[in-house]
Write a protein that binds this ligand. Structure first.
Ligand SMILES: Nc1ncnc2c1ncn2[C@@H]1O[C@H](COP(=O)(O)OP(=O)(O)OP(=O)(O)O)[C@@H](O)[C@H]1O
Ligand SMILES: Nc1nc2c(ncn2[C@@H]2O[C@H](COP(=O)(O)O)[C@@H](O)[C@H]2O)c(=O)[nH]1
Length: 201
């Protein structure tokens, strides 16, 4: 369970899309949200766009692995696709905030969790990125900037901290983390058999 968190606009979506485009072993967790779609966002691809009532039903049916209210909207991770992907031995990529990350940390799967926090090079650059993305009203951008310091204050709860200055460098760092975490002994499921076979036991 590979988590990317950051203040809004630092580059999680950019990194997630690049990783998904090149890595066949990882499945993106598509969140449900009560937020309205941005221009170009596709239901079922970027998010499942649901009504507040639908979201509440998902909560009551225990259909979400974690959920949180972020910037006045509700966001949550549908449980079934994540459990199916993990059961099939696939890695799962999450673009979620610190509240959701804390909730995943409290599940039985905590030892499967790899938490990566992405920082912007400066707050001014963060604001520039949110503005140049051209997807949100200035009031929304102001709200997200107002929350940025609070979001960043959670950096100490993550395993890896990256500064997304140059996008390609940041992507390379994410690739390196993923590679190293996949090589951990506990994640190499066929290793014991391989070693036994090599030793002729
Ligand atoms: N290293 C970078 N240098 C310059 N611009 C970048 C860099 N990384 C991302 N961006 C741009 O910054 C904007 C915000 O990036 P992105 O949407 O990936 O952020 P995010 O963390 O997913 O935001 P949110 O939490 O609001 O979904 C986008 O326009 C993206 O193209
Ligand atoms: N706890 C969760 N946070 C989520 C989830 N999906 C997205 N997010 C976070 O919300 C903010 C805003 O996202 P945006 O698409 O409106 O810009 C961002 O920090 C996301 O990481 C989720 O399922 N759970």
């Amino acid at each position: 369970m590979f988590v990317l968190s950051s203040p809004s606009g630092a580059g999680k979506t950019t990194m997630s899309r690049a990783l998904m485009a090149e890595d066949n072993e990882i499945t993106m967790s598509v969140s449900a949200t009560t937020r309205r779609p941005r221009p170009g966002e596709v239901d079922g691809v970027d998010y499942y766009f649901v009504s507040p009532d639908q979201f509440q039903s998902m909560v009551q049916e225990n259909a979400l692995l974690e959920w949180a209210t972020v910037f006045g909207n509700r966001y949550g991770t549908p449980r079934a696709p994540v459990e199916a992907a993990l059961a099939a031995g696939r890695d799962v990529l999450f673009d979620i905030d610190w509240q959701g990350t804390q909730q995943l940390q409290q599940t039985d799967a905590a030892s499967d969790l790899v938490r990566v926090f992405i920082l912007p090079p400066t707050l001014a650059e963060l604001e520039r990125r949110l503005t140049s993305r051209n997807t949100d009203h200035p009031d929304v951008i102001a709200g997200r900037m107002a929350r940025a310091r609070d979001e960043i204050s959670h950096w100490g709860e993550y395993d890896y901290i990256l500064v997304n200055d140059d996008a390609e460098t940041c992507l390379n760092e994410i690739r390196a983390i993923l590679k190293a975490e996949r090589l951990r002994r506990k994640r190499q499921l066929g290793l014991a058999g391989f070693v036994r076979g090599m030793l002729g036991e």
